[in-house]
Write a protein that binds this ligand. Structure first.
Ligand code: ARG
Length: 397
């Protein structure tokens, strides 16, 4: 394949060939070939200056390519990665489709203006495999009618994962945080669940448990129906948001890559991301459900998966409520059960979900709160709408 760097190499070879030919022919045309070479160099420098000036003076609009990666709208001929695909001649169907879908919105010009990025994932089928569509994600076996703090049904919220840490004494695995499965290979959680500090306190995050409901029993049954035992999958890699730690309680998100693909089952399914159903903002009065095995009024950890229904809190009010202690911003989402339901210690990293267009969407990630179940302080979550593209950009096949 001819890439941009290959091409420079090729032209260098051609130049070398050119000068050799002329060196052999020295006696006849040496002087004229030197003059031509100098003239060509001058023209090249002038062209380069013109191009740099034009580029510096123009503000290209920002865009997203078909893989949702950020880029700039430029003429296809100025986009080296796409140009090198075209230069190789024969295009595959995926590459043609990728270029077609890369055109900047409503652009009809020829040559086309496309969204240029360094992205080389032209295989749209591979990309489609990365995140499940709404026919696969966010499905539930029952309608979402749960009261606050009630036990979830066995196969409800089948994306919730328990994070398992190996404490320094190496005995039993601890489960102090949760996460949400978003495809066969990735679990989203809070950065503070996998940070260095947590590692120091809890030990290394070694595995993720999926398909769990009651942590006391190997086989969970409800109303005469039993599920297969939970699945434990080792962790391959942890990706903490690059800006986590730069501001207290900000960028509290991380991705866990599992060591192998997990098979979906009635008790193990992925949740949808907001962009999968085109959710772009939260409405006043939006209802959310939070679920996990964290502290309850009576015990440090709940042995069964519990859930509570919460309501979206006006962001300005939430910023105001926390203004004496923690600065909040657009990456935060606040939700409250008005003194009845809330997430609490041990629920961190787990999902705050919105039922949208018939599927469950991951709206937030349990991050922090002042007290639990407070009438005044809402729970604070990392807003997944804000991190949707970060998640997609960070995942790999
Ligand atoms: N930081 C807690 C954890 O690590 C979550 C606290 C949530 N608090 C709240 N009031 N909503 O588990």
């Amino acid at each position: 394949m001819i890439t941009a760097s290959n091409r420079t190499q090729l032209s260098r070879e051609r130049l070398w060939h050119f000068s050799r030919v002329h060196r052999i022919d020295r006696s006849r045309g040496f002087r004229s070939s030197v003059a031509i070479a100098i003239a060509m160099k001058v023209i090249a420098v002038v062209l380069l200056c013109v191009l740099i000036n034009r580029t510096a003076g123009t503000k290209y609009p920002e865009c997203r390519n078909p893989n949702q990666r950020r880029g700039l709208c430029v003429s296809i001929y100025l986009c080296v990665p796409l140009n090198s695909v075209i230069a190789k001649g024969e295009l595959t169907d995926s590459e043609k489709q990728f270029i077609f879908e890369s055109r900047c919105a409503s652009d009809q010009s020829i040559p086309p203006v496309i969204c240029c990025t360094a992205d080389k994932d032209y295989d749209r089928t591979a990309d489609a495999r990365l995140l499940p569509d709404r026919s696969i994600c966010g499905g539930d076996v029952v309608h979402p009618q749960i009261l606050h703090g009630t036990e979830a049904l066995l196969t409800q919220y089948a994306w919730i994962a328990l994070l398992e840490y190996r404490p320094p004494n190496g005995l039993q695995l601890r489960t102090d945080c949760a996460g949400s499965l978003i495809n066969h290979r990735y679990v989203v959680t809070a950065a503070h669940c996998v940070s260095e500090g947590t590692k120091y306190r809890n030990g290394d995050l070694v595995s993720v448990r999926l398909g769990e409901h009651d942590t006391r029993t190997a086989v969970d049954c409800q109303m005469g129906v039993c599920l297969p035992s939970a699945v434990r999958i080792p962790v391959e890699q942890i990706h903490i948001h690059e800006s986590y730690g730069s501001r207290t309680y900000w960028y509290d998100i991380a991705l866990i890559r599992l060591a192998r693909d997990v098979a979906y089952s009635p008790a193990i399914r992925p949740v949808c991301l907001p962009s999968t159903v085109a959710v772009q903002h939260w409405q006043a009065g939006q209802s959310f459900t939070v679920a996990g095995w964290g502290s309850t009024e009576t015990s440090r950890r709940s042995p069964v998966k519990l859930s509570s229904v919460l309501t979206y809190v006006d962001p300005n009010w939430c910023v105001h409520t926390y203004s004496n202690s923690i600065p909040l911003g657009e990456s935060h989402l606040c939700a409250s059960g008005n003194g009845r339901g809330d997430s609490c210690e041990g629920d961190s990293g787990g999902p705050l979900m919105a039922f949208q267009e018939g599927v469950w969407v991951l709206g937030g990630i349990v991050s922090f709160g002042q007290e639990c179940g407070s009438h005044y302080f809402p729970g604070v979550y990392s807003d997944v709408i804000f991190y949707d593209s970060w998640i997609k950009e960070t995942m790999r096949p």
